[in-house]
Design a protein around this ligand. Structure first.
Ligand code: PMP
Length: 302
């Protein structure tokens, strides 16, 4: 594939049928989002957030972009902002991996850390404070921006429908902002109203009623119900323990030759649970958002 720039390599990631024994003889297919150039599902979002802001006249030549992020959105936004020579400030809670923080800086972004105990809500508040102090700044705010689910409706959802033109029985995806889950599920539900849409959270997240506590699984888990959830039917919420997510991270490296991050491990654990509830020979689609390589300092394999 001959390309003119890095942006042309975003999206159209492989959808891999997993070589794993699944309950009820079902099949699990995973969208391998670590194949994006910035290494995650969020490169799709970065481009769309920036281009949406430009189209709406909210981003001009000298606008400073400010965004609260667990890391992958920051990398996606920094990558996209480079195309338009924009200044980027990313507000990242302390606990998120150093690898992601180094990559954001490498792309030219400035990082502002907030205390781990204040969570993503603390980062959101700090981003708003900063924006009020900087003239000509814009906060895309992935957590409420409709361009977020639209990104996945337009790209990932259509790619999956293209690769699996037959019936998809269940879609299983983790939620941080909820954009991936909601946008993709919306596209798939248009084809099959009966499809089960199931979201995944780590134990410690609040969707299944808590209790709220910290977790090692990075990128998924919420402190408030994502507002996008109102847009689709959510059939089930799978709450996955860190140990199970990390078990499947190691299992995938050893058995599939795949370096997948902890939210991918949680997605696989949840997909196997979901398979038990489906008729035999069902088709399940899930998403592996990023690679384990950005969590090596967090002892993901040891
Ligand atoms: N997995 C990882 C590794 C992520 O960084 C994110 C985004 N925070 C997600 C899953 C969840 O994506 P979304 O924000 O679209 O719900």
């Amino acid at each position: 594939m001959l390309v003119d720039n890095i942006y042309q390599t975003i999206g159209n990631t492989p959808l891999m049928k997993l070589d794993i024994k699944v309950p009820n003889g079902s099949n699990i297919y995973a969208k391998l989002e670590m194949f994006n150039p910035g290494g995650s599902i969020k490169d799709r979002l970065g481009v769309n957030l920036i281009e949406d802001g430009i189209e709406k006249g909210l981003i001009k030549d000298k606008t400073t972009i400010i965004e609260p992020t667990a890391g992958n959105t920051g990398i996606g936004v920094a990558l996209a902002a480079q195309k338009y020579h924009l200044t980027v400030k990313l507000v990242v809670p302390d606990q998120f991996s150093q690898e992601k923080q180094v990559l954001m800086k490498a792309l030219g972004a400035e990082l502002i850390n907030t205390p781990a105990e204040d969570g993503i809500v603390g980062a959101i508040k700090k981003a708003r404070d900063l924006a009020s102090q900087i003239d000509d700044s814009y906060v895309p705010m992935q957590f409420v921006n409709e361009a977020n689910p639209q990104t996945y409706y337009k790209t990932m959802g259509q790619e999956i429908l293209h690769d699996i033109p037959t019936k998809i029985d269940a879609f299983v995806a983790g939620a941080g902002s909820g954009g991936t889950f909601v946008g993709t599920a919306k596209a798939l539900l248009e084809k099959n109203r009966e499809m089960k849409s199931i979201t995944v959270e780590p134990a410690g997240s609040i969707l299944n009623g808590g209790p709220k506590h910290s977790h090692r699984t990075e990128g998924i888990g919420v402190e408030f119900v994502p507002p996008f959830f109102k847009e689709i039917k959510v059939d089930d919420i799978q709450t996955i323990d860190d140990d199970d997510a990390f078990y499947y991270v190691r299992w995938m490296a050893k058995n599939l030759g795949l370096f997948a991050g902890s939210s991918s491990g949680a997605a696989l654990a949840a997909s196997l649970e979901v398979a038990r509830t489906l008729p035999s020979n069902s088709t399940i689609v899930t998403v592996f958002p990023d690679s384990s390589e950005r969590y090596l300092s967090k002892h993901i394999y040891n």
